[in-house]
Design a protein around this ligand. Sequence first.
Ligand code: V47
Length: 383
Amino acid sequence: MIHTVHPKLKSIRDKVEAGERLSLDDGLLMYEPDVAVNDLGQLANHVREKLNGNFGYYNINTHLNATNICVYRCTFCAFRADLRSPKGYIMSDEQILERGREAVDNGCTELHIVGGLHHQRQFDWYKNTLQILHDAYPLLHLKGWTAVEINWFEFLTKQSTEWVLRELIDAGLGSLPGGGAEIFHPEVRDKICEHKADGSNWIKIHRTAHQMGLKTNCTMLYGHVEEPLHRIDHLIRLRELQDDTGGFQTFIPLAFHPENTGLSHIKKPSAAMDLRTMAISRLMLDNIQHMKAYWIMLGIGTAQTALSYGADDIDGTVRHELIYHDAGATTPELLSVERIEALIREAGREPVERDTLYRRVLRDANDKSQWTVGEQVEAAVGI
Ligand code: V47
C-alpha cells in the first residue's frame, strides 16, 4: 500500500497499485510542477522493487569511439568534428585492438562502441572494427552502433536493415546500444537533428533487431527544446514497440549537457528534473525491466538517489567516455569496482555485477579477471 501522495496523483496511485497501464494524460499530469517529485519517487520505487527487488546492477565496461568525425551536425552534440577539423580523429586497427586489450586486462565484460559517421569510411571499416575485436577477444560483448549508424550503413550499402544487421552479427555484434533516439517527435527532432534517421526509422531498426534475436537498449535525451508532451509521446512509442517485441532490456534517460554544443544557452536540467524524469519513465514504461541511472551523465549523487526513484542500474565502471565529457560532464573518467559497489550499498541497494544481457557475472575469487556468467538475476530469484 502506498500512503502519502498528492491528491492529484490518487488515480495514478490506484493504477500503479493495480498494475494498470498509465495513459498520455497521466504522464502529462506527472510533469505538472505542483506534483512533488518525492510522491512520484515513492510510486516509481514501488514498481522498481516489484520488478527488480533490492538489486542495484552495474557492469564492468569500456567505451570505444573510433572516430568523432561525423557527417551530421546534431545541435546537442559536443563530441562530433568536421572532416578537416583539428579536433577530428580516427583510430587505427592497432589502436582499436589496444582498447580491446585494455578492456580485457581490466576485467571488462563489455565494450560500448559508438562514434561519428565518417565521410570517407565505408561500411566495411565499421564491420572490420567488430571483426578484429571479436577475433582477438571473443568473450568481450560488443554492444555497438546505434540505430542512427545502422541507418547510415543502409544508405552506404543500399541494403536492408536485416542485411546490415546480419553482416554485423556475423562479425561479432552482441547487442545495440540505445543512443540516437533523442526525441522522436518531429516538432523537436527537426530542430535538433533534422538530417539523421527519424523516429520511425529508429523504431523500425530496433524492431528488426529484436525480430532477429538481438537485445537492444533505448534512451531519451531531455532538457533541451522539448516539452513534457514530447517526452511522454517518446515513452509511449517505446512502450508500444516493447509490447510487440519485448526486445528492450533497459531504458536510459539522458540529461542534456549544454557546454560546447549549439544549444549552450540552455541550462542543464536540475537534479529534481532528473529524478522526476527517471520516476515518470519507470511508471510509464511498465514493460521494460530495467532503468539505468547513467552516473557519468547524472553525476554520482543523483545517480545514487535515482536508485530509489525507479532506477535499478547505474551503468558501468566506464573507461574512455567522451560524449558527455566533451559536453562539460564533471564526473570522473572511471569508477573502480570497489567504489561503484560502495556507492550502490550506500544507497541501500545490493550491488550485482551483470553482463550486457543482465546475467549475473561470477568472478574467480583468486583471479578477478576470470569470469563466467550465471542466469538472468531476476529470473533466478523469481521476482
Ligand atoms: O545518442 C549526445 C546523447 C547519446 C549529448 O545503451 C548527449 O547502454 C546529453 O546512448 N548531452 C549516446 N546527451 C549515449 C548513449 C548511451 C549512454 C550510456 C549507455 C547506453 C546504453 C547508451 O548521448 C546520444 C545522445 O542522445 N548525447 N550529446 C549532450 N551534449
